[in-house]
Write a protein that binds this ligand. Structure first.
Ligand code: COA
Length: 333
């Protein structure tokens, strides 16, 4: 569908989280940890974990359906679906399955992988299609089920992650652009800090021809390195995105960071001199849901009536890759 080609508005949001809840106390039965240690070091009390019969595509479609409904549209109105995930049901991609579940018959759908930066990177990608007039109505989903890939015997990482999906609907508009500024970065030099890597074994197909066959291995992480990276890079990338938007931190109504660790959120807010009342955080309830964390937090705050149409939101995703990015946007039409 030919769009209006000027800018985009974010006009709907939705989220879906699994009903199974794993508390810190539950975790202390699994590994040598305590509720007190986890809460003071991370701010997390619980995480929601998908049961065996729930797929990433299911959660993604639920979140997207809620966002489309809030936008006052139907799935048939959607031109493009971008699914930001690192934990697709199928390595070939899960976006087309989500399209089928939604019955979004006119949409083209693809996956985008940028770990915990995935939602911000996908939002910026959606904006490029809308600004060029290629597509007018785009669903951006951030969804992950890291419970599938966590090493549940590693207390330094298994305490952090939860499952979930969040989505927004972006629409082309004629006379404004509500994606006010953005900035994206990656640095492969620090790739080894956080991995969910393929590991293969040699397999000989014929004499002189050896290939690799194997599978993905549980998450490995250097927590201190990732912590240091986040606290250094996130304030910087938000400031750059604000500069591009011709705004300052005083113009921000709400700060929604990727929900990795409460201490990271507080350190970033303090460096940017953003008061605690403007900071949206829900990792107490969900832990780190990777690409889903920003849209889940956005959806909760919109539905609670905290975020109002016209409010300016600074969001930033960061994580494996390493990747990091920020998007400054105005909520609503
Ligand atoms: N329960 C109890 N003790 C634990 C523990 C747990 N779950 N995990 C680690 N420890 C122990 C360590 O073994 C270490 O013990 P030692 O001093 O006897 O060796 C001690 O606590 C301190 O470990 P350390 O790794 O230095 O803790 P930390 O203060 O850096 O906190 C993280 C660890 C993981 C919470 C923190 O580094 C972090 O949040 N990093 C960012 C990770 C992240 O956000 N990743 C995703 C990005 S998208």
């Amino acid at each position: 569908m030919k769009g209006l080609g000027a800018g985009m508005a974010i006009i709907g949001c939705g989220s879906a989280t699994p009903s199974q809840v794993m508390t810190n106390k539950d975790l202390s039965q699994l590994v040598d940890t305590s509720d007190e240690w986890i809460r003071t070091r991370t701010g997390i009390s619980k995480r929601h974990l998908a049961s065996e019969d729930v797929s990433l595509s299911d959660l993604s479609a639920q979140a997207a359906a809620a966002a489309i409904k809030m936008a006052g549209l139907t799935p048939a109105d959607i031109d493009l679906i971008i699914l930001a995930t690192s934990t697709a049901d199928d390595l070939f991609g899960s976006a087309a399955k989500v399209q089928e579940l939604l019955e979004a018959s006119q949409a083209v759908a693809f996956d985008l992988t940028a770990a915990c930066s995935g939602f911000v990177f996908a939002l910026v990608t959606a904006a490029q299609f809308i600004r060029t007039g290629t597509y007018q109505r785009v669903v951006v989903i951030g969804a992950d089920m890291l419970s599938r890939w966590v090493d549940w015997s590693d207390r330094s990482s298994c305490i952090l992650f939860g499952d979930g999906a969040g989505a927004v609907v972006c629409q082309g508009i004629a006379d404004h652009d509500h994606l006010l500024g953005f900035e994206m970065h990656s640095d492969g030099k620090q790739h080894d800090s956080l991995n969910l890597s393929y590991q293969g074994k040699a397999k000989t197909l014929k004499e002189g021809m050896v290939i690799s066959q194997g599978s993905y291995q549980p998450i490995t992480m250097n927590g201190r390195e990732v912590y240091r990276f986040a606290v250094a890079k996130v304030p910087e990338v938000i400031e750059k995105a604000l500069f591009r938007a011709d705004l300052t931190t005083d113009d921000i109504d709400w700060l929604i960071l990727h929900q990795a660790n409460q201490r990271i959120i507080e350190a970033v807010a303090s460096r940017l001199k953003i008061p605690a009342e403007k900071v949206i955080a829900n990792l107490d309830e969900y832990g780190n849901t990777s690409a889903a964390s920003i849209p889940i937090a956005l959806d909760e705050a919109v539905r609670e009536g905290k975020i109002q149409p016209g409010d300016i939101i600074a969001s930033s995703g960061f994580g494996a890759g390493l990747t990091w990015g920020a998007a400054i946007f105005r909520w609503g039409n």
